[in-house]
Design a protein around this ligand. Structure first.
Ligand code: CU
Length: 238
């Protein structure tokens, strides 16, 4: 429900989700915000209560001789632990889902980060990577809607972080390791792609786009390669 509530929002602060697991991630975010918010209110209430008492307006000398009782510390510690466990119990299946292998036949796309560009190699019409018809584009990830996408993430130089806000996917990209993540795009459109790790002086330039096509436009994109389609002028085919 919470995920649905946040999922229905669409603003710069909270862009609407565009993947199969976005609602779950939103639900977890909402749960953490509620728990942390409740603790914030509780702590502030305690702070103002003690200030009021210490000021003497709550009765003179009420704080004199006040001792911290063991039971209050233990109760607080147990309450904090219980909140942690609730977040863990709610979040663990979502984490497992995101780091698991994709379900069904996924389209594999290779994403290579380097200062300060995303080099994205898409499979061509044959649907397979590392063949003649691969399409390599800078800073644009093109996918068909409703098809699971498996990303093979690498870095040529430093640590970057591959971030698709509407997909609710953020993954550090490390030199020397290939990390695999997946998502299922559920909405057609153009969505932001960013580097979420300060990776050098031109880090700000590592922005791009996730372009989710409907089946016909995806076929057109495949047929034309990256450069020929209107609106994709940033695309560079190699
Ligand atoms: Cu970067």
């Amino acid at each position: 429900m919470a995920g649905g509530l946040l999922g229905s929002m669409d603003s710069g602060w909270w862009p609407r989700g565009s993947s199969s697991f976005a609602a779950e991630v939103d639900g977890l975010f909402f749960l953490i915000a509620v728990i942390v918010g409740a603790w914030l209110l509780l702590c502030q209430a305690a702070l103002f209560f003690f200030l009021w008492q210490a000021s003497g307006r709550g009765g003179p000398g009420r704080l004199r001789g006040l001792q911290i009782e063991t039971w209050s510390i233990v109760t607080l510690a147990v309450a904090v632990l219980a909140c942690d466990l609730v977040v863990e119990a709610y979040g663990h299946p979502i984490w497992k889902l995101i780091v698991s292998a994709p379900r069904g036949n996924a389209l594999v796309v290779q994403v290579q980060a380097r200062q300060f560009v995303w080099e994205i190699r898409h499979p061509g019409a044959d649907g397979r990577l590392a063949t003649e018809d691969d399409i390599e584009v800078q800073n644009e990830l093109h996918v068909p809607v409703g098809v699971p996408i498996e990303l093979h993430l690498r870095s040529k130089d430093v640590i970057h972080s591959f971030f698709l806000p509407t997909v609710r996917l953020k993954q550090d990209v490390l030199p020397g390791v290939e990390i695999r993540r997946w998502f299922l795009p559920t909405r057609v459109g153009r969505f932001p792609l960013a580097c979420a790790e300060l990776c050098g002086f031109a880090h700000y330039r590592m922005g791009g786009a996730l372009i989710v096509h409907d089946p016909e436009s995806y076929q057109r994109w495949l047929a034309a390669g990256a450069t020929a389609i209107g609106g994709l002028e940033q695309g560079v085919r190699r």
